[in-house]
Design a protein around this ligand. Structure first.
Ligand code: UD1
Ligand code: UDP
Length: 360
């Protein structure tokens, strides 16, 4: 089958990394990079580390308002679809690149498959929630990472083409864990096992709201003053806004602010952290899989299982809650394999069957 895959952001490179290796065994793949992420540490480093080949197309859309990004991507992707007439479009996650790919597929009547289908945070004010709902609605094959995702779709009367496959990020993590352990990032930063807090922040509901970002910074500075060793690879969005709000220099006095890390380095940092503080979707899930306690700067999450099992605590941007949970020594002893294993193989098998059905 002739597949076209749409990716554009850091987490999509990671999801595509594992799955593409399975899909390419039996199918041709046109790789379309929207150019949404472009800095070396947000982009090329993942292609190099995960052995992803150069994209066939890079639309170079870059940064801008949502309407600019989606419009430019939609035009570029549609032109490529018209030129190549693919049999199936692969969509990943819930970014603007996902939305543009979904719209292009449905408008040109091409079958679409959504990896990470069915996730819901039930908060329409976040752009990711809207992107994932639209992507699911436009898709013919819906690959759900969890049983909860299947149930979410059922509640919306979406039952055709829905498959519980498990999560492709588990596969990438398992493929990469050994090599990540060989990284010298801890030694280079003078860090020791379980003696530091690892932080990431980039979601717009935190960065674009001055009070929320100030609260997070206040809590991190207080934790630093209490003697916590804090390591914070800063997403470019967040770096820019921290500087605009004049919060960057004060934060730097109490935390190790780093450039965004490559996947192997970040995986090692996660695996040895005492706790992870984040608003990322993927990082919440990886923390659970690695059994590292997670504190999430959100009021809700699409990864509800991590919260139910006590590994993840939602604290929003409440300064006292952030400090209290970061200092607490309570640990969960519950663990269930909610995210499965072998998702990439399962997805590839389903696509193989689709091809057989199409040609039969
Ligand atoms: C996007 C996704 C978000 C995902 C995140 C993963 C949308 C709406 N959001 O958010 O769901 O969690 O990617 O990291 O699709 N920038 C750079 N260099 C880069 C990329 C971005 O400097 O290589 C800066 C620019 O100032 C840009 C800002 O970061 O304006 C935001 O980038 P953008 O791609 O719009 O959204 P993310 O915050 O990265
Ligand atoms: N990640 C990384 N380097 C970093 C921060 C995150 O490699 O400095 C990885 C992380 O392990 C996870 C993915 O990026 O696999 C998550 O991406 P991000 O937090 O940007 O987006 P989200 O998952 O929130 O959409």
């Amino acid at each position: 089958m002739k597949i076209a895959s749409i990716i554009g952001t850091r987490p999509q490179f990671i999801k595509y990394g594992a799955l593409s290796k399975e899909l390419q065994k039996a199918h041709s793949d046109i790789l379309i990079h929207t150019g949404q992420h472009y800095d070396y540490q947000m982009n090329s480093v993942f292609f190099e580390q995960l052995g992803i080949s150069e994209p066939d197309y890079n639309l170079g859309v870059g940064s801008g308002t949502h309407d600019f990004q989606v419009a430019e991507m939609l035009k570029g992707i549609s032109d490529i679809f018209r030129a190549h007439n693919p049999d199936m479009i692969m969509l990943y996650g819930d970014t603007n690149s996902t939305l543009a790919g979904a719209l292009a597929a449905v408008q040109l009547h091409i079958k679409a498959a959504h990896v990470e289908a069915g996730l819901r945070g039930f908060d329409k004010s976040t752009v990711e929630e809207v992107n994932r709902v639209v992507a699911d609605y436009c898709s013919d094959l819906l690959f759900c990472p969890t049983q909860t995702a299947v149930l979410n779709l059922r509640r919306e009367n979406i039952t055709r083409g829905v498959y519980l496959t498990g999560d492709v990020m588990v596969d990438e993590l398992n493929l990469s864990k050994e090599i990540a352990e060989k990284s010298y990032i801890l030694e280079n930063l003078g860090l020791t096992d379980r003696q530091y807090l690892l932080v990431t922040v980039h979601r717009s509901f935190n960065t674009d709201n001055r009070q929320s970002l100030e609260n997070i910074v206040t809590a991190l500075k207080a934790l630093g003053e209490m003697g916590e060793n804090i390591v914070f690879p800063v997403h470019p969005r967040t770096e820019k806004i921290l500087k605009d709000f004049r919060l960057y220099d004060g934060l730097r006095e109490r935390c190790r602010l780093l450039e965004p890390q490559g996947y192997f380095e970040f995986l090692k940092l996660m695996n040895h952290a005492k706790k992870i503080l984040t608003d990322s979707g993927g990082v919440q899930k990886e923390a659970y899989i690695l059994r590292v306690p997670c504190i999430t700067f959100r009021e809700n999450t699409e990864w509800v299982e991590t919260v139910e099992d006590g590994w993840n605590i939602l604290v929003g941007t409440d300064v006292n809650k952030i400090i209290k949970t970061a200092r607490s020594n309570e640990l969960s002893n519950k663990y269930f394999n909610y995210f499965g294993t072998g998702a990439c193989k399962k997805i590839a098998q389903i696509i193989d069957k689709e091809e057989a059905a199409l040609s039969g």
